[in-house]
Design a protein around this ligand. Structure first.
Ligand code: ZN
Length: 88
């Protein structure tokens, strides 16, 4: 699995696989960049590389359930890199 780092202008949302699609232990809340595009894509990749498919995914308006540790690790590294980026 690769990661899907957000591009500037992407929206970032929280999502998890719907109940019954996978076991409860795999229903973690992922951080998902949503590219600026027309239409709704059939699938999106979370920061950790997990693929979330339309119809199998629950979009979360708030952080709920168990967060995906790999997504949080990638997000925190990215945030640190942006903070430490030299001023241009
Ligand atoms: Zn994840």
């Amino acid at each position: 699995m690769g990661s899907a780092l957000p591009e500037p202008g992407d929206t970032v949302v929280m999502a998890r696989v719907r109940r019954g699609v996978v076991g409860e232990s795999r229903r973690v809340s992922h951080v998902v960049p949503v590219p600026r595009a027309t239409g709704v894509p059939d699938q999106l990749s979370a920061l950790c590389g997990a693929v979330l498919r339309r119809g199998e995914t629950e979009w979360l308006s708030t952080l709920r359930g168990m967060p995906c540790e790999r997504c949080l690790t990638v997000a925190s590294r990215q945030a640190a890199a942006e903070v430490l980026r030299p001023a241009g």
